[in-house]
Design a binder for this molecule. Sequence first.
Ligand SMILES: [Zn+2]
Length: 476
Amino acid sequence: MIKLRRSTVGVIILLIILGGIFVWGQTQNANRNANRKDGKDRPGYVIMISIDGMVPDYYTAPEKVGLQVPNLTLMKNGGAYADGVEGVYPTVTYPSHTTLVTGARPAIHGIVQNRIFEAPTDPQTRAWYWYSKALKADTLWTSAKKAGLVTAAVGWPVTVGAEIDYNVPEIYDPSETLPTWKRIAENSTPGLLEKALGPDYGKKLSIDDRLTTVSEFIIKSYRPNLLLIHLIELDGVHHRNGPRTKPAIEMAQREDGYIGRIVEATRQAGIFDETTFLIVSDHGFSKISQKYAPNVALAKEQLITLDANGKAVSWKAAAWPAGGSCAIVLHDAADKETEAKVTAIFSKVAKDNKSPIKQVSTRNDLRRIGAIPQAVLMLEAAPGYSFDDALTGSEIRDSGESYRGTHGYLPTNPEMRASLIIYGARAQSGAKLPLARMTDIAPTAASLLKLNLPQAEGKQMKDLIKPAVAAISSTN
Ligand SMILES: [Zn+2]
């Protein structure tokens, strides 16, 4: 018998243990794959593509505006869709996108506006709610992560610092006249942009072309179970020119091409048959020609004090505009005297003939519709009007040649309706809703991946999706 030294015996025992762990790991992977093969535990894939500011008639009646959108048309005809989606107040990008991934309204999910409130006496950094730490509700990605699924997001709002496996968040430096990708690169999954776009981040491509190229790369390289994509260029064209204008039509056609490329990437990745696509938007659009500045009215009534240069030196109430609506915030939320004054000021303006204010929502109204708890009241603009936060000048001005469309109005305004098409593996082909609710979209996406969204206020849209078993048997 060979006599072994104690240290040699130790090494052998260690090797046996490590070997055991390796074999156990392999068995676990094999079990998981076996489960995936029989279909029972297969989570499938969900890709949500948001075309910012897309109005639903771009896919319900494209011919009426001379629009050619072959991909949207194929998805609508082969899948399920809504004639429109009623959103949340204010109908702006960040609150709406957060509802799309939480199923909750802004008062619950915490993203009550695009831009964070900055007092008129503070430096105006124009920062938005970019950081995921501001989220107060579980999202599709936090639930997917808990379930052990692979997650990805490209250009999605409020995802800086989010626990997303492959993340290219939306963020920019407001002081840059032409936003660069510097901040995006700093906050993306390390190395991801270089791999997807090359060392110059694909600078020659337009923004949405870049976001699409990154999405194609992620799909083909990592096959995430959940992928959220936010394409933004149509919104900018709508703001500058108005909806259904010639530049808007051209841009919508390009967005359709990007959607086609994303679908094609799933075919190349071999996951098309197991992928459900949700094509959504965050809000509609209205044409505008005028702007109203509530801060000018507040300054006239001494609720904002200006120095000789028109700079604010103190304030009791201030505007927090969101395009077609505008929150009014008090310096001291318990200041009843100022609350009474601002209510009187804007109620009087709203009563005028041809007033820029259509209606004033009180704290109670806002609580009921789940909007912006920080506001003492919310102004709703009359048709053709938008709000801004100018402190000086006339209360009403022309909106300017390069600002002809906006949103932010009450979600009950039919022009503010957003979009929804469900297409692919789990879409109930031929199903249609006249009006969907934005709060129902996240619970529907969650049900496809068997996820739970505890703070969701909406419900799964059962009529628009097929049960999982039918989807899997169709792919076998
Ligand atoms: Zn938007």
